[in-house]
Design a protein. Structure first.
Length: 119
């Protein structure tokens, strides 16, 4: 493979990765506050799925500290589930859509915080 082709492939791969990187660049501290306000009632303050409302839910909220589970999810999927709700992605309708209550940058902040829980 010639150096020109290698450079071209490197730019192509970088260009494909940039959109995913941009999605992940939220503010975890802002996300923590939004999570506490909007998500902790079901997912719990630590994200373990043990919030006060969780006892009444079936299925139970997901444990967001599960590194294997969260690590396997694409940012686009997480954006969809937060923005559109669980039913929109084939999950529980008990997960409400937050797209009307949170702006896209706030959703990115929440996702960044959720990812920090699973480390």
């Amino acid at each position: 493979m010639t150096p020109v082709i290698r450079i071209g492939l490197a730019f192509l791969l970088l260009g494909m990765a940039l959109p995913s990187l941009a999605v992940a660049q939220g503010n975890a501290e802002k996300g923590k506050a939004l999570f506490a306000q909007n998500c902790a009632a079901c997912h719990g303050t630590a994200g373990k799925g043990d919030g006060a409302a969780a006892a009444a839910l079936n299925p139970k909220p997901r444990d967001l500290t599960d590194k294997a589970y969260i690590g396997g999810l694409k940012n686009e999927y997480l954006i969809d589930i937060v923005k559109k709700g669980g039913a929109a992605v084939g999950k529980s309708a008990a997960m409400p859509p937050w797209g009307a209550a949170m702006k896209d940058d706030q959703i990115r902040d929440v996702i960044t915080f959720v990812r920090s829980l699973a480390k």
